[in-house]
Structures are given as C-alpha cells and as structure tokens.
Design a protein around this ligand. Sequence first.
Ligand code: NIG
Ligand code: FE
Length: 411
Amino acid sequence: MKTLLTNIKELLQVRDSAPNKVCGAEMKELPSLKNAWLLLEGDIIKDFGTMGSIISSEVDKTIDCTGKIVLPTWCDSHTHIVYAGNREQEFVDRINGLSYQEIADNGGGILNSAKKLQQTSEEDLFTQSAVRLIEVMKLGTGAIEIKSGYGLTLEAELKMLRVAKRLGETFPVKVKTTFLGAHAVPSEFKDNKQGYLDHICTEMLPKVAEENLADYVDIFCETGYFSVEDTHQLLSEAKKYGLIPKTHVNQFNAIGGVKASVDHQALSVDHLEVITEEDILVLKNSETMPVALPSCSYFLSIPYTPGRKIIDSGLPLALATDYNPGSTPSGNMNFVVATACIKMKLTPEEAINAATINGAYAMGISETHGSITKGKSASVIITKEIPSYSYLPYAFSSNLIDIVIVAGEVV
Ligand code: NIG
Ligand code: FE
C-alpha cells in the first residue's frame, strides 16, 4: 500500500539523518519543508520533498493536504493506561479539601486502583484499556509506553503486563512495557516494605523476565513510597535481567532519586516537579532523559516541572502524559504540548521536539520514531487547515487533528 500526501502546507520535524535526541538550544530548531509531499509505503516513510520536486509514481491513495500541517505522531513515553475502573470520587474528595497524600493514606490512591484491578479479569482489563488506547491514537499518539504497578501481586502485575503487550500486538501503535511493581507497598505488606521489595526482587522480577513481559523497570522513589536505598536495591537486581530503569522521581520531594537513577544508567527520569541544582548537574553528565508530565501538575495543582530551566541548562527534555486514574486521567498529548508552552514557557518548537524525537528517546525507539526520516515508521498527524504550527498550542482546547496514520494505517 502506497499513500502519497501532497500539497502539505508545512511538513514538520524533517530530519535526513535523525539524531537520537535534541538537547538545550538545539530544541529551538524544528526543521521543516514548506509546500511538501510525503510518500508512505506500507508501514514505512519512503520519501519526501517539496512539491516542485514531486516524482510521479503509481500510488494506491493520494491525500491532498492543502492548508494542513503534517508532523510525526506523538511518542508518549510515560503512561499507566492499563487500569481498572476510575477514581472520580477521589477527585471530588480533593475538591472538598483532602490532599492527594491524605487520600492515599486513607487507603485510596494507588492501593484503591490495585484492589479494583486485582478483581478485574484479564479480558475485561484489556477491553477497558483498549478504549483508552484507541482514544489516544485518535489524538495523535503513535507510540506509547505502558507501566504495570496497579497489580502489586505477582499475578496481577503479570496480568497488567500481558494486557499491555497484547495491546501492542492488536493495534498498530508501538508499545513499550515497564514493570512498576515498586509503585506502592500493598496492604499485605503493610509495615513490611522490605519484605515487599524482596518479594519483587525474588518472585516478580524473575517471572517478568522469564515471560519477557517488560522492556524497562520503574520505581516510585518518593517520601512515603520507596527510598533511594530501595531504588538501588531494585535497579541493581533488575540489571541482572537486562531491565533498564525509567523512574518516577522528584514528584513531591527531591530525595536523591535522580542521582540513584543516573547511577544505574536510567533511560529517563520522570516527573521532576521539584528539581535541585545538583540534580541538573548529575543529569548533565548522563545520557538520561528528563521527562515532564504537565497534565499531572495541572490535575493535581502541583508545581510544573521547570522545563525552561532544564532546557536552558543545556539538557534535553521530553514530554509525556502520565495517563493514569489518580493523578492524570487524560492521555491527550496535544494538551500536554500546549500546557508545556503555556505553563512551562517552552516554545512550540521545543514542545514539539520534546513530544516527538525526545519522547522517542525516552522509550528507546528513536531509531524508528519521532521524526520524518526515510525508513522510519509511517506514523503521522495531518492537521486540519491551520494558519501555522504555533496555532496548535495556541488554540489549546480545539481538536485540530484531521487524520492520524499509525504504521501506515489510518486510525
Ligand atoms: O505517575 N506518582 C506515581 N504514580 C502515578 C499516579 C499514581 C496514582 O495516583 O494512581 C503518577 O502520577
Ligand atoms: Fe506515572
């Protein structure tokens, strides 16, 4: 199947030989072609150029993109979209004055989601999660990372990861999976966090690895959850199974999770609503991608990750949704890009780089995703007719997407 997109007003993120990530001041540059064409063959980007240089070739389908902008699909490198039920009651409780932490301390939060998930069949979990995946594909997501961490028992964690893998086999979207058994201490191990960590290391990790269910390992390194020492224990153990870390750090407190993660060559450190000078220095001497999750800040009314400062320090930055039932019940990358511009003062170019090529890096797929490059995945967003790409974050709540193509398939 050959699909030709013609008369594209502007083709964004065009990279002949794509870097695996863009850092600091480079993030201000968003290479593009005006009045362009793009040829997709099967699930691959075959070729592109300006309309003046179009070569007539037999194609199965032509899409006229007059007035429209085309860009690579979003790479959402941090989600928890496999979950059961919702937590809208906790949302109402927060409006009425309880804090996110107080709700968690009263048995709500992650443990509430774990109880629901443990009682949900694998088939039902797949059906509920597929609805969310289809929703985000229609919103332009072409690659997604999915974490476990609402199971908190061996069986339930494996169930989550099997569902995540099956989503990737069922839909054209690229899926990467992450084992997040260390998301919270389950009630069975109340007052015995060490016992749970040991259980993760001796029972869960070997099974996850044996069944080849995860690409990455994650831990919620935070006061009241898991400590820096816990992080070292888990990440050292995970390394034996070849699991690279992508961690939850500095959401509420900077307790040293960034350094611990970098010490274990983490692919990414995510959240960073609170970040110290030392964290920035540590990141500068690493290949670890900082990831900001602005819809989480929006929903919980907590500080935004200082993305401006991170980029101005010469570091790269990726943007992701954190789609989950507690802190971010939204998987809309368009909103993430807009919020990064509005609240974190990223330029549209920086935000688009952060949500495409840098997002791809943060999930280990920059070879195949995140830019318009020959041989990469035929995954693109075709916008409606818009005046310029800055209009995307500017008109922050309008749906400006006309067509999404993921791995050559129109969603
Ligand atoms: O990334 N912070 C830890 N985990 C999730 C949310 C957990 C929940 O409330 O269900 C997050 O925000
Ligand atoms: Fe998260």
